[in-house]
Design a protein around this ligand. Structure first.
Ligand SMILES: [Fe+2]
Ligand SMILES: [Fe+2]
Length: 139
């Protein structure tokens, strides 16, 4: 695989809710760790599996956290946003399955998917709740 291009935090990703920005930074960190391991000449299945597990668990709690804030602050688009979370989570579960089945193409596919997800989900879908939560003074 080519030299990894790590995903870097940029202020354009800020949803102006500090607790959520912090969680997004952790997600970026996990994705970079996964990339670091997957781009080794011989990636360790144990390591990749471990980081993937952390990433999935963290994503799950991050989605729950956002959804809790939506509920607390009556975010009008919450049902649509939850549906997007569920779809993303289902896709990650398929990747996990492929990884467990030793699918040799899973690595690059997974990284491309995760980067697109961060870019698209944070910049477009998460950004859509930004004004609403900032107005409610969510920290
Ligand atoms: Fe998010
Ligand atoms: Fe979200």
């Amino acid at each position: 695989m080519a030299d990894p291009v790590f995903f870097e935090w940029d202020d354009k990703y800020s949803v102006r809710v500090p607790s959520i920005d912090r969680q997004h930074k952790v997600l970026i960190d996990y994705i970079n760790q996964l990339q670091q391991e997957l781009t080794q000449p011989e990636p360790s299945k144990r390591m990749v599996g471990l980081v993937l597990k952390f990433l999935i668990d963290y994503t799950n709690s991050h989605f729950k956290y956002e959804e809790m804030l939506f509920g607390m602050h009556q975010y009008p688009e919450q049902e649509d946003h939850k549906a997007v979370h569920n779809r993303l989570f289902d896709k990650v579960a398929v990747f996990k399955q492929r990884f467990e089945n030793d699918d040799p193409t899973v690595g690059p596919d997974l990284l491309a998917f995760l980067k697109d997800w961060l870019n698209h989900h944070i910049l477009i879908e998460d950004m859509a709740y930004s004004d609403h939560l900032v107005e409610k003074n969510v920290q």
